[in-house]
Design a protein around this ligand. Structure first.
Ligand SMILES: [Zn+2]
Length: 60
């Protein structure tokens, strides 16, 4: 197996890891109940997506 000849410098390590940050989770509001939800997902509060009830919830 190949063995590195030189220790990776702090600068090279930090340059490599500059792309490793996680991006914040995207969110939007439900047009029906205004609860916060993720885009392109059924609303977890009212169970609706594009005006149609997709899952049964206790509310509504
Ligand atoms: Zn909703």
């Amino acid at each position: 197996m190949a063995v590195p000849r030189h220790k990776t410098s702090k600068m090279k390590k930090r340059q490599r890891r500059s792309h490793d940050a996680l991006s914040p989770v995207a969110h939007s509001t439900c047009p029906r109940c205004n609860a916060e939800k993720r885009p392109h997902r059924v609303c977890g509060n009212c169970g609706h997506y594009k005006g149609v009830e997709k899952i049964k919830t206790a509310e509504a």
